[in-house]
Design a protein around this ligand. Structure first.
Ligand SMILES: Cc1cc2nc3c(=O)[nH]c(=O)nc-3n(C[C@H](O)[C@H](O)[C@H](O)COP(=O)(O)OP(=O)(O)OC[C@H]3O[C@@H](n4cnc5c(N)ncnc54)[C@H](O)[C@@H]3O)c2cc1C
Length: 381
């Protein structure tokens, strides 16, 4: 079994396969270019002196799970011969292939500050400092059309506004610009209302159903209506596109096409999970659920029956960092929309990790406790 990727979806697949296989040993190879599993959600807290972006050594994880780690990239898939070609030209065979290579992030609005997960926290710290010192009086936070998961931007806006309030920096105009029709619209209903209330209390104006298409360093141009918003600083999330792997069916944004069960159409034994796929929500918890579903199919030995089973309903769990107490959000998703959502001040799941992954979250918690998988500080370690 070949798993391409070394992130949340890939390692959750390995863990879920072990759990679902009932003692049957799978020969698992993990194909990943980097040395670490990068746990990105905490990166937004770094500029505010909160927990650091974490990395877990992949060789330690793979050794622990009995998987072979190959440091290379998935270049192309030959579904007929059931082989892949890696970036360095090596050919590897597979019975089952799981593509978990994540998405590509690129700048979404020129002249804005783009918050990438591996952004040096000091780069954002100076924006916060300018707000604190009153140098920046107007600041806009911009969600692009193809962000996949806008929550980190809400966190940055809320934490910056909280910091401004804490140091008594009055008179700063905060605006959040988003194409969503309400704040964190994927939690439509109770969750989105709770987020709207938080933004209101923090003094953050929301321009919903709005797209920022240009920023010249002073003014953001907004569509529809070609409105103008003055902004000394603009912070934006990157746009996401797919991994663009040859031999796989891709959509216009190069994401890998999958059916509701994570199978790649037309390619026997090929699956894709996580941010690499056409599924619209690019979130770690969702990636993990997709990985669990695919691992269960593979462990069963045949996925022919799967088409007759109802597709699993994704369940969203998210922690919104606010600068004060976090807000815990949940929603059940059907047809890309939430049908029930909830917000609470207590975490309804365990362990209370930002990425609520059934197997990975307790595994990482356990490893941290045992000190078995080193946790490194990306920017200092
Ligand atoms: C700032 C920020 C905050 C976030 N907050 C949250 C949160 O609070 N909760 C939450 O659930 N999610 C959050 N997310 C989203 C979450 O991090 C992603 O959805 C999740 O990491 C997706 O997992 P993945 O395994 O699909 O992709 P990734 O984690 O991106 O992993 C992809 C892996 O594939 C490797 N790779 C890339 N190309 C190739 C190739 N060609 N061949 C082989 N390997 C390849 C990469 O090196 C990497 O190891 C956040 C994201 C960001 C950026």
């Amino acid at each position: 079994m070949l798993i391409a990727g070394g992130g949340v979806a890939a390692i959750e697949t390995v863990l879920a396969l072990r759990a679902a296989s009932g003692g049957v040993a799978f020969d698992v190879t993990v194909l990943a270019p980097g040395r670490d599993l990068v746990y990105r959600p905490l990166s937004v807290g770094e500029p505010f002196g909160r927990p650091l972006l974490k990395r877990y050594a992949l060789d330690a994880i793979c050794a622990d799970l009995g998987a072979t780690l190959v440091h290379d990239v998935l270049g192309a898939v030959d579904g007929y011969r059931k082989t892949v070609t890696t970036g360095s030209g090596i050919e590897l065979g597979y019975d089952a292939l799981v593509v978990a290579t994540g998405a590509r992030a690129t700048e979404s609005l020129p002249n804005a500050f783009t918050f990438f997960a591996d952004t040096d926290p000091e780069d954002f710290q100076w924006i916060v400092r300018e707000v604190e010192e009153g140098v920046t009086r107007t600041i806009a936070f911009v969600v692009p059309l193809t962000s996949g998961w806008p929550l980190p931007l809400y966190e940055l806006a809320l934490m910056t506004a909280e910091r401004a309030w804490a140091v008594g920096a009055g008179d700063v105009a905060f605006t959040l610009v988003t194409p969503e029709d309400s704040p964190l619209a994927i939690f439509q209903g109770a969750g989105s209302h709770a987020v709207a209330r938080l933004l209101g209390v923090a003094g953050i104006e929301v321009e919903s159903n709005t797209y920022a298409h240009d920023y010249d360093g002073r003014v953001v141009r907004l569509s529809p209506g070609d409105r103008r918003l003055a902004a000394d600083r603009v912070v934006a999330l990157p746009s996401l596109s797919g991994p663009d792997i040859a031999g796989l069916p891709l959509d216009a944004n190069r994401f890998v096409r999958v059916d509701d069960h994570g199978r790649v159409p037309g390619l026997d034994g090929v699956y894709a999970v996580g941010d690499a796929t056409t599924f619209a929500i690019k979130q770690g918890g969702i990636a993990a659920q997709q990985a669990d579903a695919v691992a269960a199919l593979i462990a069963r030995g045949s996925d022919v029956d799967a088409a007759r089973q109802p597709a699993p309903r994704p369940h969203l769990r998210a922690i919104l960092l606010t600068g004060r107490d976090p807000l815990y959000l949940t929603a059940t998703i059907t047809g890309g929309e939430s049908i029930t959502s909830n917000a609470s001040r207590d975490c309804p799941w365990w362990p209370p990790h930002k990425i609520a992954a059934r197997h990975l979250a307790p595994y990482l918690a356990d490893h941290e406790q045992r000190g078995a998988a080193p946790v490194l500080d990306l920017h200092r370690g």
